[in-house]
Design a protein around this ligand. Sequence first.
Ligand code: HEC
Length: 130
Amino acid sequence: MKKHLVLTFIFFAACVMASAAQQAPAQQNASAQQQQNAPQGNAANGRKLFVSFGCYQCHGYEAQGGSAGARLAPRPIPYAQLLKYVRHPTGEMPPFTEKVVKDSELTDIYAFLRAQPPAPDVDKIPLLKQ
Ligand code: HEC
């Protein structure tokens, strides 16, 4: 009888661990999914707009971020959130209304952000090996 209880406990513990292990990638997938759900944009045009609207002044030409603005690429926040944030920022960033930057232009900027290559591995940067 006692052995049976121990086995039951082990079984439940294993279930809990298995479902916890499944949850982490599921959350990552959800945000990747939200990025993919964004409407198709033109990344090349997005790069031009990122410069002409002055986003680069704070976020950097490659949207890599810097002292004045957050890193945006290559894994931007979900499209709907980006649209909302650019219209109604809550921190240091100035707002851009629809009259200034159209939704379709933000779609292109979003495509540009997503198309940026990921940052290289630290040990693949020769300067850091010196
Ligand atoms: C004057 C500097 C400045 C300019 C210009 C600017 N930003 Fe920002 N942005 C910021 C800062 C600083 C933040 C960090 C949050 C904050 O303080 O508002 C930010 C945050 C963001 C975020 C949220 C990032 C996150 O991870 O939550 C997005 C998206 C964004 N900017 C997009 C843009 C786009 C697109 C443009 C051009 C249309 C732009 N920004 C122009 C300064 C700027």
